[in-house]
Write a new protein. Structure first.
Length: 395
């Protein structure tokens, strides 16, 4: 087991009545001049934004609005938000949406609170020293950004999708009402469940020390998401299933399921970021499309973890050799992804990279880790390119 620090300062208001607490949460934060940040028209059509605006008025806030956040949020809108906040002396950002909106809000917060180009923080050339405070009304259970230190932004100049991780950006509060996720399309729900799983799996499949209690928490979370993702296929308005998945979203990416281990692998996320930047695919779908190829490439170097995953999460009987059981676990998870409608290869994802694009994505992915990625198995650019090419052929 490794030493660790666990920091999760976000105040959570969870449940069917949680929106009624928004005005009080804003007042607790001393929010006065607020940027209301959101995505497309669904929040408006559903009436959610009207409820949020009412809460902002109740809290005595002066409100400025910036909508238009896209999946794989764009740097250009972040720049627009930074300019608006500086011009209007805005001191608080309220993100209404899922991970893309929250990540965009965090990036705007970095840009307002720090001098220079905010992209530097995502390019890894500088680190932020502050962030404008951010609050969240969550509408999608997926990224876990409502409690995490992470933000991912896509730069249209080169279509680079990069992350910035800093505790300065952890939201001050998160309003989480599972009912708000009832109307999500089935594909988006499945993408979200996949993203949640991957956040814990990235921490689970690593070399080095591990903590039994953390493993038990991680395995329980993964079993819970798998079971409830299957329920939501046919019962999208099952409140308990939505609630389980929404809470798992937060716990999967607030650091809890990585306490005591070596920090996690994150190669699958790194590979998906290259796919997401180049092809603008849904994040969860991109993760699903490359996971099997990654797992089959690295499992022998992390056999004990894959064996444990197969038995404790996927329910594989421990009757065969450790390798056989591990491979059965990989196959079982791939079958689960298919069952909930996720792609398990690049063809199903709808992308066909050229030889040059395979090489470029591999090189860029490795470069973000100083020339290598991973923990379950250390991967260099040549390894990452093989995984991407294998993902094209996975069936």
């Amino acid at each position: 087991m490794y030493d660790f620090e666990y920091y999760a300062p976000t105040k959570v208001a969870f449940g069917k009545d949680s929106l009624s607490k928004l005005a009080g949460l804003l007042s607790e934060q001393g929010a006065r001049r607020v940027l209301l940040h959101y995505g497309g028209g669904s929040a408006e059509r559903s009436g959610l934004l009207a409820i949020v605006r009412s809460a902002l008025r109740e809290a005595g806030c002066t409100v400025f609005e910036l909508g238009g956040v896209k999946p794989n949020p764009r740097l250009s809108l972040v720049y627009e938000g930074i300019e608006l906040c500086k011009r209007e002396n805005i001191g608080f950002i309220l993100a209404v949406g899922g991970g893309s909106v929250i990540d965009s809000a965090k990036a705007i917060g970095y840009g307002v609170a720090n001098d220079g180009d905010v992209w530097d923080f995502y390019a890894g050339t500088r680190k932020p020293s502050a962030c404008l405070p951010v609050g969240v009304v969550l509408t999608i259970a997926a990224a876990g950004s409502e409690m995490s230190n992470s933000s991912v932004i896509t730069n249209e100049n080169g279509w680079l999708k990069r992350s910035c991780n800093s505790n300065y950006a952890r939201p001050r509060f998160a309003v989480m009402n599972p009912v708000l996720t009832y109307t999500l399309p089935a594909y988006q729900t499945a993408c979200g469940c996949t993203d949640i799983l991957m956040h814990t799996m990235e921490r689970y499949f690593c070399s080095g020390g591990n903590m039994d209690l953390t493993d038990a928490l991680a395995e329980g979370l993964m079993r819970t998401v798998i079971a409830n993702a299957r329920i939501l296929k046919t019962k999208p308005d099952d409140y308990d299933a939505r609630a389980e998945v929404m809470w798992a979203s937060s716990l999967s990416h607030n650091g809890l399921t990585g306490c005591g281990n070596s920090g996690g692998d994150w190669a699958v996320h790194g590979i998906e970021h290259e796919l997401g930047g180049l092809y603008d695919v849904a994040h969860g779908a991109g993760l699903a499309a490359v996971w099997t190829a990654w797992a089959e490439y690295v499992y022998a170097d992390c056999l004990s973890r894959f064996y444990k995953f197969a038995v404790n999460v996927m329910g594989v009987r421990p009757d065969g050799t450790r390798e056989t059981v591990a491979l059965e676990g990989i196959e079982a998870f791939k079958s689960f992804l298919k069952d909930i409608g996720m792609p398990v290869n690049l063809k199903e994802l709808g992308v066909s990279p050229t030889d040059g694009q395979f090489a470029l994505m591999a090189e860029q992915c490795a470069a973000t880790g100083g020339g290598k990625k991973g923990s379950a198995k250390i991967l260099y650019a040549a390894d990452i390119e093989k995984i991407l090419r294998n993902a094209e052929k996975t069936v």
